[in-house]
Ligand binder design. Structure first.
Ligand SMILES: [Zn+2]
Length: 267
């Protein structure tokens, strides 16, 4: 199996990438220090002290259905469709497009040129994020909400979900609030194996140890910290296969513990 694919029981996860961004590490994580970054995570930083979160998405095959989780940023050089083609995934084959939340780097390819990029799919969006991001005060500076999300409602191909929600018998959407009010991850349970599609519960492998670090762009940094601790404790205990969209490489890995310190182990 190529390294961008992994199986969790009978579920297959294919890692996809739309490009990457640039973020100043210390400005984004005010509880961190450049010293810690350089000493412990030097490989993640460039010389200017920036790290480069991937705009990662995944295709998931479960119970005969193809699901895309998040659709990247679709900025200059955005290459999600190219990456899908290279990995044998046709947009027409997608049954469900799931948004972990409504930030622009997660819904970028929901629509292309005023049309749904995935013509046969239903699009799932957490209702608490819909309620938050469709407020007039937010819409003003964020045209992506109208263009990429509200337009789906007008086409009658959008479903708002709340609480825990079964996507298939093996995939359950689970609220993981903090980064945004409706932020939602996906828990996988298939043939006794566990997996988890994290979304933006975490943006860098450094948070696997420094789980207290909440980025400035979380809506509720106290809640996101609580969520991160709870989710990471569970993933470590379950030895779950994790997909982390903003992590480097394929973003596929596990949370492991050596000498009392928890860290990210890429697959
Ligand atoms: Zn993001």
């Amino acid at each position: 199996m190529p390294d961008y694919k992994v199986s969790v029981g009978n579920v297959e996860i294919v890692s996809l990438t739309d490009g990457q961004g640039d973020i100043d590490a210390v400005a984004t994580f005010p509880d961190s220090t450049l010293d810690i970054w350089r000493k412990e995570y030097g490989d993640l930083l460039d010389r200017a002290g920036q790290f480069h979160p991937r705009f990662g998405c995944v295709a998931v095959r479960s119970s005969g259905r193809l699901i895309i989780v998040d659709t990247g940023y679709n900025g200059p050089g955005g290459k999600l469709l190219e990456d899908m083609r290279a990995k044998g995934i046709a947009p027409e084959a997608v049954a469900i497009v799931f948004a972990t939340h409504l930030h622009p780097d997660h819904v970028g390819w929901h629509m292309t040129g005023g049309k749904p990029t995935f013509p046969k799919a239903r699009y799932l969006v957490p209702k608490a994020d819909w309620d938050h991001f469709t407020k007039p005060v937010y819409l003003k500076g964020n045209p992506h909400v109208q263009e990429k999300v509200m337009s789906l409602k007008a086409l009658n191909i959008l479903d708002l979900i709340s609480g825990e929600y079964k996507i298939t018998s093996e995939l359950t959407a689970v609220p993981t609030p903090g980064h945004t009010p409706g932020h939602t991850s996906i828990a996988i349970l298939s043939a006794g194996k566990k997996g988890f599609i994290l979304g933006d519960v975490s943006h860098t492998p450094a948070q696997v140890h420094y789980a207290d670090w909440s980025p400035t762009f979380d809506t509720d940094r106290v809640q996101s910290r609580k969520t991160r601790h709870k989710v990471f404790d569970m993933l470590e205990k379950d030895e779950a296969t994790v997909s982390a969209g903003h992590y480097p490489g394929t973003g596929l890995g596990r949370l492991v513990r050596h000498a009392g310190r928890r860290s990210w182990q890429p697959l």
